[in-house]
Design a protein around this ligand. Structure first.
Ligand SMILES: [Zn+2]
Length: 367
């Protein structure tokens, strides 16, 4: 999932002028573009603001590996059959690699495994997070989730609307039955290329990128997107989590790879200048952190819901609210861990209240 918030979703036509885009994207109709020898680029449609996902095929000696699945829709299934018919007749599809658990990347895994009789490759963290999320309806609205929203100061009627919207979400995660585990630094030899698994964190727990150092190629999944900032969310599963810290560290890791790498992302056009893009994303999060610090200087105390309304100052749908709150908490947790904010739970209401440690220090000095 990617953020639809604060106007972050842009179309391919709105270019990020700091990057270079060497190829036109394929249409989301089963046609493929050859990026370089042994790599095909296809797109699948998505009926939402982010209207497509990029999927890739890697040619091995005796078949094709596919990267990510697309949404669990009849249209995507139909297009996979077209892709197999048009491009995988001489060599069959032989394996599926899922970068991470989000439903646009993994929810057709079992269908692809069954249809083409292929194994799934995924990291441990992503496979088991997918298993948990595929049961999300069983736990929706339980006391633990209600507490999470209570601590954040979300009004009760808004919480109910979030649960209602989640119940109606047609794109739930679907759990595949088995997998082959990918680990950081594993090397997959596919055709004549060696792809090293580079794990990123923050957007999801153990996101796999595939990096070919010799040919300077990176299959980036959602770890580095050219036009939008991937969601960095805190949820009720790990309320004290530090996804932003992990995300910033993962972006630094990307900046340690060869600067001249061609990035094949899951959304938007393929691009170069990946160090520049990683830095833009780092800067974006530090801008958000300083907006929150500024907010804290002007408010003696506030809760996460109030901070969210300040960061995302417009009418939000219930799902947008869920995302915006998670993103706000990711930044608040970072500030609290870095001693820039202090957080204290109110005894009666059970709401976490934040205040600036700088003003606390000033108060102490005055005293
Ligand atoms: Zn994602």
């Amino acid at each position: 999932m990617k953020s639809n918030l604060a106007g972050k979703v842009r179309t391919d036509k709105e270019r990020n002028s700091a990057l270079d885009y060497p190829l036109m994207a394929p249409k989301a109709n089963g046609t493929a573009i050859q990026i370089t020898e042994g790599i095909l680029w296809i797109r699948m449609p998505m009926p939402m603001a982010l209207d497509h996902i990029n999927l890739y095929l890697l040619e091995d000696d005796d078949g094709w590996f596919i990267i990510d699945t697309g949404l669990h829709t009849n249209k995507t299934k139909e297009l996979w059959l077209v892709v197999a018919e048009n491009h995988c007749q001489i060599k069959p599809i032989k394996g599926l690699i899922c970068t991470h658990f989000h439903y646009d990347h993994s929810s057709l895994a079992q269908w692809l495994m069954d249809t083409f009789n292929i194994p799934l490759f995924m990291t441990y963290g992503e496979f088991y997070t997918l298993a948990t999320h595929s049961r999300a309806l069983d736990t929706l609205g339980n006391s633990h989730q209600r507490q999470f929203y209570q601590h954040a100061g979300v009004p009760l009627d808004t919480v109910e609307k979030i649960f209602e919207a989640c119940k109606k979400d047609p794109f739930m995660e679907h759990r595949p039955s088995k997998f082959n585990r990918l680990r950081h630094d594993d090397v997959l030899t596919i055709g004549k290329r060696r792809w090293r698994i580079v794990i990123g964190e923050g957007h999801s727990p153990e996101h796999a990128c595939l990096y070919c150092e010799e040919d300077k190629l990176l299959l980036a999944g959602d770890q580095l997107l050219p036009h939008i900032s991937s969601n960095i969310l805190v949820s009720e599963i790990e309320p004290m989590g530090q996804p932003l810290k992990n995300w910033l560290r993962s972006l630094k890791q990307i900046q340690s790879l060869d600067a001249n790498t061609l990035v094949m992302p899951a959304h938007g056009p393929i691009f170069t200048q990946m160090h520049v893009r990683a830095q833009q994303l780092i800067d974006h999060h530090f801008d958000t952190l300083s907006t929150l610090q500024d907010f804290a200087r002007h408010h003696s105390q506030f809760n996460a819901y109030e901070a969210m309304q300040h960061l995302f100052n417009r009418k939000l749908s219930p799902i947008d609210t869920l995302m915006a709150l998670g993103e706000t908490l990711a930044h608040l947790n970072w500030l609290a861990a870095n001693d820039d904010l202090q957080c204290q739970r109110q005894v009666n209401e059970g709401v976490d209240m934040y205040c600036s440690t700088q003003s606390l220090k000033l108060d102490r000095k005055k005293a």
